[in-house]
Design a protein around this ligand. Sequence first.
Ligand SMILES: Nc1ncnc2c1ncn2[C@@H]1O[C@H](COP(=O)(O)OP(=O)(O)OP(=O)(O)O)[C@@H](O)[C@H]1O
Ligand SMILES: [Mg+2]
Length: 499
Amino acid sequence: MTFLKIDNASKTYSGARALDGAHLEIAAGEVHALMGENGAGKSTLIKILAGVTAPDTLSISRDGVPIGLHGTADAFKHGFRFIHQELNIVAHLSVAENILLGHPYPTRLLGAVDWKKLNQLARAALDRLGVQHIDVRLKAARLSTGDRMLMKIASTLVADENQTARLYVMDEPTAALSGTESEKLFEVIRQLRQTGAAVLYVSHRMNEVMALCDRVTVLRDGRTVASKKLVDTSKGEIIRLMTGRDVKDAYPARAADITDRQVIEVKHVKTQRIDNINFTLNEGEILGVGGLAEAGQSALLQVLLGIDTVVKGRVDYPDGTISGPRDAWRHKLAYVPKERREEGLMLRRSIIDNINLAHLEKLSALGGVMSRKKERENAAGLSRQVQLKAAGLNQPCHQLSGGNQQKVVFARALGDVPRLLLLDEPTRGVDVGAKFDIYTLIRTMSSEGCAVIMTSSDLPELLGMCDRILIMRSGKQVDIVPTAGTTAADLLTLFYHQE
Ligand SMILES: Nc1ncnc2c1ncn2[C@@H]1O[C@H](COP(=O)(O)OP(=O)(O)OP(=O)(O)O)[C@@H](O)[C@H]1O
Ligand SMILES: [Mg+2]
């Protein structure tokens, strides 16, 4: 039975068409995947449904009855619950208040907020996700990205006495979650389906969608190109529908040998967050860094960049040690951080400015300035390399789709061929087509002599791209294994191994 029917959804942003008459039909008790390349219009459709964005045209009916959506309160009233792609948390409020945000607060007689009840409701919502480790009284500002996501998910699961929630909309909920946390979420989604609720699910992870969803609707350039039952389609077909081309579901092969020229030597390094880091890396080599969530992968990259200080041991580059991140250009290091929205981008500034940022630092250190024309050429070339989809290079980055924001940071890192490229979860939130492009770029750079260190929570990606994998557990390096002959199961065993 059709629960929700959306027709003729259109939205144009200052000349750029984000949605162009898209349609979507969701049945009750169904997990419905919404797929499409970066910039296809998924989040725009979701924001319209949430009453956050006003559409140019839209007809929508619920249980066969036309409804209006004139704000977030309308969406809530119709039983729609949202986990948006951008985690809009209120940093100075507690976790519990963030979880209850948008819900009616429990009150005592005379209308005062019942804080105890509020904390209990929030606790119960987290319990439903099997999350014990978050204290609901903490300020949200203190949570890690993964925990913020869990908090946002919990917010949609707050028990409502009248059972009014009918549709859960999740825009890339697993992008910042570990494998176990994702599994737990899938379990909850399956329970929701059993109660007759519908779930609209956005993800760039094909395997997740294949395992979890009943039906998929594919958007391309703001239009609905197909809606199919998952049993009647395949990964290959979905990718073709999304991209209009065949994309190899594989990893490009290495094109040149590893040289014997060393790029970095890390000896017994200890910082506040990690310990016992020990390896060397040569030109052309790709080292993966793997482990369970927050085992120290990002912290490892950060000490190499001079962001974290070395407490014991040394990090040696051919040109000596690094004094801080501002010294990175001198050692020819490039870095793509994990929290690209927060760490990587000046959201109000243009694509051109953001791409040229790294080079500006270098130029100003050398006393030079880049001409506007040169900047434009530089930005144009690099954004083509990462297949950036934008209205123009002067577009401010906050207007880009989530995946395209990531590509801007990536484009910047590729600026002048680095000697060592540090990538923190390089393909998180990136669509399948662009993923393959990024893999190809990494390969090209490494065959030109660049060494690469990349963290990833995607095991096939680690195995497909890297020569060796450094395994971390609770902040410590526990092993380095060659990829040849290693399986995903072997890696997991190493990640989980109990001391
Ligand atoms: N506020 C805005 N101003 C201008 N253009 C916008 C704005 N928000 C989105 N767009 C544009 O609308 C198009 C669709 O974006 P949307 O965020 O819906 O994509 P998406 O399918 O969610 O992509 P992703 O997988 O990268 O999250 C993009 O081209 C984007 O640049
Ligand atoms: Mg999006």
